[in-house]
Design a protein around this ligand. Structure first.
Ligand SMILES: Cc1cc2nc3c(=O)[nH]c(=O)nc-3n(C[C@H](O)[C@H](O)[C@H](O)COP(=O)(O)OP(=O)(O)OC[C@H]3O[C@@H](n4cnc5c(N)ncnc54)[C@H](O)[C@@H]3O)c2cc1C
Length: 369
């Protein structure tokens, strides 16, 4: 990226730590790096109804959060995120509400471009989250336009235990591992779980399929698509209209809840070709740390987590990313996905800790003189 071509009428900001995303992961990273006197700059996309973004991340679009530790009576998602943000502000986090349109991670300081700014970052913490995929059918939108948050959910772990779904008939849409996991999990609470799948066989792995087939509470509805989610604002979801994909016949299935489990899309388009990702687009990290394949770039929260996808795990990895960035800026080695440890000076410590490769290429033993 040529620096000058972006400089016209844009302010240039230089920071030790830049964080992308103000969900639980990004704000936790901000709290920690703020308390470490690193004056983090946190950039988050503005509210955009079409792109479904809002500062505060995914919890801004939910109601009751019952499983975030420290709130014995539960907490409203938006209220929780206001508290996260105030805590980050208290320790000096600076906020910029703009879309990042381009990044260049080929050299440090890394360059980030928004409509109004060019930002140079010594370390970058990516916490841009993920978005659930939706069906796009009538009745699915967030209440009051549809029944989203009033019987329709994309997260069984988050919403399955809520009273609204206990001893109720629930529909899970999807045929992959996530759908099988969500259906199996929901049988703890539901009276019956219908898995609606558009083909006559599942995409899920053999072990996940078998677990679901053996579960007496789960019933499969094959060659079927949810064409509409039915209900009333007063009672929430009352059923789904199903279209048979073979004979095009429609029928109504009564139920009180619908869980969409057709996958998630990590918000990583910006980093394609620069950071290592899995086949879906989740950023690969070291697991021991939040380091990506580029020294000084760390990733935390849902953007690197296709498994747990919870606010508390996002916050946990946000803390890890902050500590990793602090360590890197303190010239200490940070474990990379390869198992090597790398310093800000470019020294590479071998996974067995026996050798150091210096930036010149010279290899020395990691032993006291
Ligand atoms: C409806 C719903 C209910 C949920 N309920 C619960 C629950 O009860 N309990 C629980 O633990 N979890 C729940 N979750 C899951 C939880 O919300 C997520 O695991 C958590 O928010 C992930 O946090 P994060 O910080 O990684 O990312 P996110 O919360 O997704 O935040 C990422 C932020 O980055 C911004 N961003 C993305 N790209 C860019 C860009 N290019 N430039 C600038 N900004 C960008 C986004 O706009 C967003 O604000 C729920 C999720 C949903 C959708």
């Amino acid at each position: 990226m040529e620096g000058d071509q972006y400089s016209l009428a844009k302010q240039e900001l230089r920071r030790q730590v830049v964080i992308i995303g103000s969900g639980p992961a990004g704000l936790t990273a901000a709290i920690y790096t703020g308390r470490a006197n690193l004056n983090p700059l946190l950039i988050d996309a503005p509210t955009d109804a079409e792109k479904q973004t809002t500062p505060g991340g995914q919890l801004m679009i939910t109601t009751e959060v019952e499983n975030y530790p420290g709130f014995s009576q539960g907490v409203q998602g938006p209220d929780l995120m206001v508290e996260f943000r105030k805590q980050a502000e208290r320790f000096g986090t600076e906020f910029l509400e703009e879309w990042i349109t381009q990044v260049d991670l080929s050299e440090r300081p890394f360059t980030l471009v928004t409509d109004n700014s060019i930002i140079k970052a010594e370390t970058l913490i990516i916490a841009s989250g993920a978005s659930a995929k939706w069906l796009g059918v009538p009745g699915e939108a967030k209440t009051p336009k549809g029944f989203g948050g009033n019987g329709v959910s994309a997260c069984a772990t988050c919403d399955g235990p809520l009273p609204a779904f206990r001893n109720k008939r629930l529909v899970v849409v999807g045929g992959g591992d996530t759908a099988m996991e969500e259906a199996t999990f929901l049988t703890r609470y539901a009276s019956r779980v219908y898995v609606v799948h558009r083909r006559d066989k599942l995409r899920a792995s053999k072990i996940m399929q078998e677990k679901a087939f053996r579960n007496e509470k789960i019933e499969f509805i094959w060659d079927a698509e949810v064409a509409e989610i039915l209900g009333t604002q007063e009672h929430g979801v009352t059923g789904v209209r199903i279209r048979n994909t073979v004979d095009e016949e429609h029928f109504t299935l009564d139920c009180e809840g619908v869980f969409i489990a057709i996958g998630h899309k990590p918000n990583t388009d910006l980093f394609k070709g620069q950071l290592e990702m899995d086949e879906v687009g989740y950023i690969k990290t070291s697991h021991r740390t939040t380091a990506t394949n580029i020294p000084g770039v760390f990733a935390c929260g849902d953007v690197q987590d296709s498994v747990y996808r919870q606010a508390v795990t996002a916050a946990g990895t946000g803390c890890m990313a902050a500590l990793d960035a602090e360590r890197f800026l303190d010239h200490l080695p940070v474990a990379m996905p390869t198992g090597e440890e790398v310093t800000i000076e470019g020294e590479h410590l071998s996974p067995d800790h026996l050798k150091i490769t210096l930036p010149s290429g010279e290899v020395v033993l990691n032993q006291p003189e």
